[in-house]
Design a protein. Structure first.
Length: 395
């Protein structure tokens, strides 16, 4: 079997590694739309930005996998797919395959700000973005970050310097709305950034090097747009297999077309943990969807049944989240000491997530619990399970 994998990011690389590990008896053509060999994205907003070392340290695949004879790397961007004919099209060539895997990920959402020159506008999605941002930092005193999610605060910690002022500007009424108020407070207390909420940017004034907003003028030698990501669905949309919300798949990562699958951030599928179809942006999702597809391609299909998890490093603080919750889920604080904070999120009786700040053991305990199946608050309290597990993990 010849598989054409479009994209060479986290999901694609996990699929390649899992297929090789499972002794896949076929060929993989991997289309890499970037000029770098496969690399990890999470360090780009964390350690890499503070200490940019050789890109070698970011490599996703070890040599024996990257250079495996079953893998052919094609350094070209795919411009179209023709699933009925098993064709993958680039600007230079057409490639015949038996199966097409869309692992195209997302791109950073952009925002046009009147008057803001392109050399002062940055996003962080790719290694090239990070290299460009890093080379623009010399002498910069005022940085404005638009968006107030994990990425914004990771960047604020990484870019912090005594001579710099970093301002995070939130459109909404609170920063870090993805996590509980308690966990957000912990992270925000430690951020070097000053935070403004309810901000609308009107334009950029080049003379004063400032953003003009509904809160007045905000100095900004450089502006980073961190307002979220847009799924790369165009290839699927062109053949009726996706919308701009994602590429719908079943629980085996198969689209309605028998020859096309989608994995990673771009795939929109049932999340058993949330009991709804969702697209999830995290390394765990990229790995778990890729593993699910690898099993099917190896002839041992098992439906996707993973519980998502996520982490974010912000300076000295590590946030880890087991599970996935809606922003409106209730919050109950389980542990709140000087050094750690653990918050349980729930929808009525159903526990949806556990957020742990500098509490790795509790995070692992919560992950193990979720892996055993859904947890109800009532039964957890009755059996003492959630609390005793979290408690025993502390001893
Ligand atoms: C700065 C940053 C920090 C992050 N930090 C964390 C973190 O701390 N924890 C966490 O869980 N997650 C984090 N993430 C998210 C995580 O990196 C992603 O969820 C993960 O990389 C998704 O994997 P993917 O394979 O679906 O997509 P990607 O890794 O984005 O790979 C998709 C690839 O497909 C390529 N592609 C797209 N279209 C085409 C085409 N037409 N032809 C050829 N190639 C194409 C793209 O160029 C890209 O290389 C972070 C992301 C970023 C950007």
């Amino acid at each position: 079997m010849k598989i054409g994998i479009i994209g060479a990011g986290q999901a694609a690389c996990t699929l390649i590694a899992e297929l090789i590990r499972g002794q896949f008896d076929g060929e993989m053509l991997v289309f890499n739309g970037e000029s770098h060999r496969p690399y990890q994205r999470p360090p780009l907003s964390k350690t890499w930005l503070t200490h940019p070392t050789e890109t070698e340290s970011l490599r996703l695949l070890p040599d024996p996998i990257e250079n495996h004879p079953s893998v052919q790397w094609i350094q070209q961007r795919v411009t179209g797919i023709e699933p009925d004919d098993g064709l993958i099209v680039t600007e230079r060539d057409r490639y015949s395959v038996d199966q097409i895997v869309l692992a195209t990920g997302t791109r950073a959402k952009k925002l046009a700000i009147d008057g803001l020159p392109s050399e002062k506008t940055h996003v962080i999605r790719t290694l090239d973005d990070a290299i460009t941002l890093h080379s623009a930092l010399d002498g910069v005193q005022n940085i404005a970050i638009l968006g107030a999610g994990f990425l914004a605060f990771e960047l604020a910690s990484s870019l912090d310097q005594p001579t710099r002022t970093i301002r995070v500007l939130a459109k909404g009424i609170r920063a870090l709305p993805q996590v509980s108020v308690k966990a957000a407070d912990r992270l925000l207390d430690a951020t070097p950034a000053s935070i403004r909420v309810d901000v609308t940017v009107e334009r950029y004034d080049e003379d004063s090097a400032a953003l003009i907003t509904n809160h007045g003028s905000i100095p900004a030698d450089l502006v980073i747009i961190a307002i979220g990501a847009q799924a790369n669905t165009e290839l699927a949309e062109a053949c009726g297999l996706g919308t701009d919300k994602g590429i719908p798949t079943d629980s085996y990562m198969q689209t309605p077309h028998p020859c096309v699958s989608a994995i990673g951030e771009v795939s929109l599928h049932d999340q058993p943990h949330m009991k709804q179809k969702m697209r999830v942006e995290s390394i765990s999702e990229a790995n778990d969807t890729a593993t699910t597809l690898a099993k099917r391609l190896l002839g041992q299909p098992e439906p996707f049944n993973a519980t998502p998890w996520f982490w974010s490093d912000q300076g000295e603080l590590k946030l880890q989240i087991a599970g996935l919750c809606a922003r409106t889920d209730e919050e109950t604080v389980l542990i709140n000491t000087e050094t750690e904070c653990v918050v349980m999120r729930h929808q009525g009786d159903r526990i949806t997530a556990v957020e742990a700040v500098n509490a790795a053991k509790e995070f692992m305990a919560a992950r193990r619990l979720f892996e055993q199946g859904p947890i109800s608050l009532g039964s957890a309290i009755e059996a003492g399970s959630l609390f005793s597990l979290l408690q025993s993990s502390r001893s």
